[in-house]
Write a protein that binds this ligand. Structure first.
Ligand SMILES: [Zn+2]
Length: 164
């Protein structure tokens, strides 16, 4: 748990200066979590919450940095939205199937690209690689259909914009 806090505060100091005053609480969720493999960011009234799948404990620091930098990109994005706007966004996100999944695809794709732009391509790539080792093709293709970039796509996008 301390590990997450330390990584998040290092990431903020290094690459997310706009979040220095933001209150972010990290909550680790144990047990089976079906709807996210990594983290999930929720905006509260006074603080943001990053929910972390407890399975991530097994990851290396490099991989954790990738997934947490991705969540911090969500926090940056959400800060620009007020609470009500956020919940208007999140409802179709959570009811993905009803809305055909296009909103999730747009948000996650944009967030992965932002993570790369901020300089965390190799970290995100390592996280993707470790997910490839841990999960079946079926689970992974479901995840990629939500807009997350595959390790191959992460690398090629990063090379394209000079961030590899
Ligand atoms: Zn995300």
């Amino acid at each position: 748990m301390n590990n997450y806090k330390k990584i998040v505060s290092d990431l903020i100091n290094k690459s997310f200066p706009e979040l220095k005053k933001e209150k972010i609480k990290i909550i680790e969720l144990k047990g089976r979590i079906f709807w996210f493999l990594g983290g999930f960011t929720v905006r509260g009234i006074k603080k943001d919450f990053i929910l972390i799948n407890s399975k991530l404990q097994k990851l290396r620091i490099l991989e954790l940095k990738g997934v947490l930098a991705h969540e911090l990109c969500h926090v940056v994005d959400l800060r620009g939205k007020n609470f009500i706007h956020y919940w208007i966004l999140i409802i179709p996100y959570l009811l993905n199937k009803v809305f055909g999944g296009s909103l999730i695809r747009k948000i996650e794709n944009k967030t992965d690209k932002e993570t790369i732009k901020r300089g965390y391509a190799k970290e995100l790539y390592s996280f993707g690689k470790s997910m490839e080792k841990r999960y079946s093709k079926k689970v992974l293709s479901k995840s990629y259909s939500k807009g997350y970039l595959s390790p191959k796509e992460i690398k090629s996008y990063a090379q394209k914009i000079g961030k590899w």
